[in-house]
Design a protein around this ligand. Structure first.
Ligand code: MCN
Length: 759
C-alpha cells in the first residue's frame, strides 16, 4: 500500500447515522410526486386454487378508485417472473394460485386507505385445490401436483461427492446419525418492501423507487420483463431500512406497478403491510437434513453423508441456496470422503429464497450439531473432536472436496480464544456443582466453529471523482441498506487521496449515476466493492501525484501522500493539497501527456471467493421447572481478515448474533398442512427483544485473505452463521444429563419443558 493508513482500521462513527437517527432521510414510502396514486393487492386466501372469475365492479364503484388490474389486464405486457425461469408466473396470477398471499389483482386509488378498503370489494370466485405445505408430503405419491413439469414436486436435485464415502462407511468403527431441521424464517427488516413507479416523460420509460438490495439487477430484470431497453428504466434505491437478503430481484408487485404506471401514465406507489411481508416476501431456510458421519473412536471424522431436503415454496426464486449448503458441507474440517445431496421441493407456500447467510447457516448448523453428537457418543469434550478434525493453518489455500478453495484460516486459534474469553473451564465446574446441588437452573455451554464463503463476483464497480474544489465524490455499484458503506469506502478514499474524511461523499443506489454493479448481499461489498473503490482511488492517486510533481517541479516517484497533502519525499515543507491539484486538473495549461479531469473507474473481478471464519461460545441457563432458556453469555470470535471499520464490524456482529440466536431460540414460521400461515403477524412470530440477549463479548483474530489488496473478508452474515449452532449446542449440553442428544429449533420453553418431562 502506497499510503500509511490512518482512517482504515480506526474507530470512526458512521457518516450515515446523523440522518438516520434524526429521521432526515427519505424511504420509498416518504416519496411523493404530483398525481401520485396508490396500489393495494387482492391476494389469495387459498394455498392452492383456480381462479374462476374476478369481479371488480364493486371496487370500481368505490369513490377514489381509479382502476383495477387483473392478470388479464397485464397479460402480454410483462413476461412471467422470475424472468427466463421455468415454472414462472405472471405478476398477477391469471388462472391459478399456489400459495396464500399470491397477488391476483391490483387496485389503483387516490389514497392508500381507499385502495386497501377496495380490496374487500373485489369478488374472486375460487375453486380450491388440494394443497401441500411440507416437503416430504409434497414428494409422496398422490400429492397435489404444483407445477405440471415437476414430477413429485421436485424442483431440482444436486449431489457433490468426493473420495470413497461408501467404502469408508462400510468399514467404519462407528457411524453417528442425526436428522436436523433448519426451520422456516421471515426476514423482518424494519422497513418492508415498497415500490413507486413513475413514467419518465424524458425517455418514455420509467423511474422506479424500490426497496432493493441490487438496483442494477432489478433494472435489468424489470426492463427484460417489460421488453424495454435497460436505459429506459432508472431504478433508485433511496434509504432502505434493511433487507437481510429478502430484497433481491423483481417481485410480482414491482412488475405490476411498472405496468400500471406505463398504462395509466401515472405515478403509483405500494407500501407493503407487515402482514403482506409475512405472506408475500420470500422466506428463508426451511430445510430438513439427514446427517451421517463415519468416525474413529478418537473422534476423527472419516466420511460424511448429508442429504438436504429443502422446501422451496411455490415458485423457484433462489433455489440454488440448498446447493450453497452442500458447498459448505465440510465446514472447518478436513473431511475428504463426502456424499452431499440436495433435493429441492415445491410446496404450496411462499417461495423460499435468501435470508442472512443463505445456505451457509444451515450447513454450519448441521455440521456443528453433528460434531457435538459425535462428541457425546464418544464421550469426548466437543472441543477435542473439533481440534482432531480442523483443517490445519498450513493447508491453505485448501482445496475442499466440495469444490471450494478456502483462502486462509486459523480455526484452532479462533476456538482457543473463544474458549478462553468464555472461561469455559470455570463454567464446566459450575455446571457440575449445579447438577450435584440439583439446582433449579441447569447450566449449558455450547460452541461452534464456522467458515463461510462470501465475496461473490462476477465484479463490482466504482467511480472516484475529485471535484474541481478538491472534494471527492465516489459512486459504488454496491447498495447498502444498513451496512454503512458510505463510511468504510470514505475511509479507504481519504487515506489514499490525502483528503479529509468529511470531504468525501459516497453515493450508491441509483442506476442513473452509478456504474453497473451487483448490489449488496452475500457479504461481498467490502471484499469486492471496497476493492474496486481502492483500485479507482489508486488510479486517481497516480494522476494526482503526476500533477503534484508538475506543480512542485519534482519527479512523480518522489511524491508522497499523507497529512493533508502531497509532498516531495525528504522535503516536508513543499506541499500541495488535493484542492490545488484539482484546480490544475480542471484548469488550463496541463503538461503534455496529462488530460483534464481527475477521476477514475474500476471494475474489480475477484479471482476467487473469500472465507471468513470464527468460533462462538454460548452459555445458557435452563429452568427445570418451566423449560425457559436464558442466554446468560455469548462470546463470538470472528475473523473477517483486515477490518476497515471496526465499529461497523462490531455492529454487524451484534446484529448477526441476534438473528442467529433468534433462530435457535424463538423464531419459526409455521404453516398448517393446508398451507395456511399460522404465524402471520409479529404477535405470533417472535423476533428477539433486547432484553432476551446478553451483552455480547466479541473478540477477533485477523487472518488476511491473499485474494484482495485490502486483505478483507466479509462480516455481514458471519455471526448469524456461527451463533445458531453454538446456542443449540449449549441448550443440549444443559440437558445432556437427562439423556438429551438433540432437540429441534426453536428451543422455546414449551419444547424444553416437554423434553424434561419425558426424560
Ligand atoms: N467491513 C469492514 N471490514 C471487514 C468486513 C466488513 O469494515 N473486514 C464493513 C464493510 O465495509 C461494511 C460492513 O462491514 O460496511 C459489512 O460488510 P460486508 O461483510 O462486505 O457485507 P455487505 O456490506 O455486502 O452486506 C451484506 C450483508 C448481508 S449478506 C446481509 S443479509 C445483511 C448484512 O450484510 N443484511 C443487513 N448486514 C445487515 N445490516 C443491516 N443493518 N441491515 C441488513 O439488512
Amino acid at each position: 500500500m502506497s499510503t500509511p493508513s490512518r482512517l482504515m482500521g480506526a474507530e470512526i462513527k458512521r457518516k450515515e447515522d446523523p440522518r438516520l437517527i434524526t429521521g432526515a432521510s427519505a424511504y420509498v414510502g416518504d416519496i411523493t410526486l404530483p398525481g401520485l396514486h396508490h396500489v393495494a393487492f387482492v391476494r389469495s386466501p387459498h394455498a392452492h386454487a383456480r381462479i374462476r372469475r374476478i369481479d371488480a365492479a364493486a371496487a370500481l364503484r368505490r369513490p377514489g378508485v381509479r382502476a383495477v388490474f387483473t392478470g388479464r389486464d397485464i397479460e402480454g405486457r410483462c413476461a412471467p417472473l422470475p424472468l427466463g425461469g421455468k415454472r414462472a408466473h405472471l405478476a398477477l396470477s391469471l388462472d391459478r394460485v399456489r400459495y396464500v398471499g399470491e397477488a391476483v389483482a391490483a387496485i389503483v386509488a387516490e389514497s392508500e386507505s381507499v385502495a386497501r378498503d377496495a380490496v374487500d370489494d373485489v369478488v374472486v370466485e375460487w375453486e380450491p385445490l388440494a394443497a401441500v405445505s411440507e416437503q416430504f408430503a409434497a414428494m409422496a405419491d398422490g400429492a397435489p401436483q404444483i407445477h405440471d413439469d415437476a414430477p413429485k414436486n421436485i424442483e431440482h436435485e444436486n449431489r457433490i461427492t468426493g473420495g470413497e464415502p461408501d467404502a469408508v462407511f462400510a468399514r467404519a468403527q462407528r457411524v453417528v446419525r442425526q436428522r436436523m431441521i433448519s426451520q422456516r424464517l421471515c426476514g423482518v427488516p424494519m422497513e418492508g418492501r415498497a415500490t413507486l413507479a413513475a413514467p419518465d416523460p424524458a425517455t418514455g420509460g420509467l423511474t422506479m423507487w424500490a426497496t432493493t438490495q441490487a438496483p442494477h439487477g432489478f433494472r435489468n430484470e424489470l426492463a427484460g420483463a417489460l421488453g424495454l431497453a435497460q436505459n429506459l428504466v432508472r431504478v433508485i434505491a433511496p434509504e432502505v431500512g434493511g433487507g437481510f437478503g429478502v430484497k433481491f430481484g423483481v417481485y410480482p408487485e414491482d412488475a405490476t406497478l411498472a405496468v400500471i404506471a406505463l398504462k395509466l401514465r401515472l405515478p403509483v406507489r405500494w407500501v407493503e403491510t407487515r402482514t403482506e411481508h409475512m405472506l408475500a416476501t420470500t422466506h428463508g431456510r426451511d430445510q430438513v437434513a439427514d446427517l451421517e458421519a463415519a468416525v474413529d473412536t478418537d473422534g476423527t471424522i472419516l466420511a460424511l453423508r448429508m442429504h438436504v431436503i429443502a422446501n422451496v415454496g411455490a415458485y423457484p426464486i433462489f433455489t440454488f441456496i440448498p446447493d450453497l449448503t452442500l458447498s459448505m458441507g465440510i465446514g472447518v474440517y478436513r473431511i475428504t470422503n463426502v456424499d452431499l445431496r440436495s433435493t429441492c421441493v415445491f410446496t404450496n407456500t411462499t417461495p423460499v429464497a435468501a435470508y442472512r447467510g443463505a445456505g451457509r447457516p444451515e450447513a454450519a448448523y448441521y455440521l456443528e450439531r453433528l460434531v457435538d453428537c459425535i462428541a457425546a457418543e464418544l464421550k469426548h469434550a466437543p472441543e477435542v473432536v473439533r481440534r482432531r478434525n480442523f483443517i490445519p493453518p498450513d493447508a491453505f489455500p485448501y482445496q475442499a472436496p466440495t469444490g471450494q478453495r478456502y483462502d486462509s484460516g486459523q480455526y484452532d486459534r479462533a476456538l482457543t480464544k473463544a474458549l478462553q474469553l468464555a472461561h469455559v473451564d470455570d463454567l464446566r465446574k459450575e455446571q457440575r456443582v449445579r447438577l450435584e446441588r440439583r439446582d433449579r437452573h441447569l447450566l449449558g455451554v455450547g460452541m461452534s466453529c464456522y467458515v463461510e464463503m462470501c465475496g461473490f463476483g462476477p465484479f463490482e464497480s466504482a467511480v472516484v471523482r475529485v471535484e474541481p474544489g478538491g472534494m471527492v465524490t465516489a459512486f459504488t455499484g454496491t447498495s447498502a441498506h444498513g451496512q454503512g458503506h458510505e463510511t468504510t469506502f470514505a475511509q479507504i478514499i481519504a487515506d489514499h487521496l490525502g483528503v479529509d474524511f468529511d470531504h468525501v461523499v459516497v453515493r450508491h443506489g441509483d442506476t442513473l449515476n452509478t456504474p453497473m454493479g451487483n448490489g449488496t448481499g452475500g457479504s461481498r461489498s467490502l471484499a469486492v466493492g471496497g476493492t474496486a473503490i481502492l483500485n479507482a482511488t489508486l488510479k486517481v492517486q497516480d494522476k494526482a501525484k503526476r500533477l503534484a510533481a508538475h506543480l512542485m517541479e519534482a519527479a512523480p516517484e518522489d511524491i508522497v501522500v499523507g497529512d493533508g497533502g502531497y509532498r516531495v519525499r525528504g522535503v516536508p515543507d513543499r506541499v500541495v493539497t488535493l484542492g490545488q491539484i484539482a484546480a490544475k486538473a480542471y484548469g488550463a495549461g496541463l503538461p503534455s501527456g496529462i488530460d483534464n479531469g481527475l477521476e477514475a473507474t474500476d471494475f474489480f473481478s475477484p479471482p476467487q471467493l473469500v472465507y471468513p471464519f470464527g468460533a462462538h461460545v454460548a452459555v445458557v441457563e435452563v429452568d427445570r421447572e418451566t423449560g425457559h432458556v436464558t442466554l446468560r453469555d455469548f462470546v463470538s470470535v470472528d475473523d473477517c481478515g483486515v477490518r476497515i471499520s471496526p465499529m461497523i464490524v462490531a455492529g454487524q456482529v451484534h446484529g448477526g448474533l441476534a438473528q442467529g440466536i433468534a433462530q435457535a431460540l424463538v423464531e419459526r414460521l409455521v404453516h398448517d398442512q393446508d398451507g395456511q400461515l399460522l404465524t402471520g403477524s409479529l404477535m405470533d412470530y417472535a423476533v428477539p427483544h433486547a432484553e432476551d440477549l446478553p451483552s455480547f463479548t466479541t473478540g477477533e483474530t485477523v487472518t488476511p485473505t491473499p485474494f484482495n489488496p485490502l486483505g478483507a473478508k466479509g462480516i455481514g452474515e458471519a455471526a448469524t452463521i456461527g451463533s445458531t449452532p453454538a446456542t443449540v449446542n449449549a441448550v443440549v449440553d444443559a440437558l445432556a444429563s437427562f439423556g438429551v442428544r438433540h432437540l429441534d429449533m426453536p428451543l422455546g420453553g414449551e419444547r424444553v419443558w416437554r423434553t424434561l418431562r419425558r426424560s
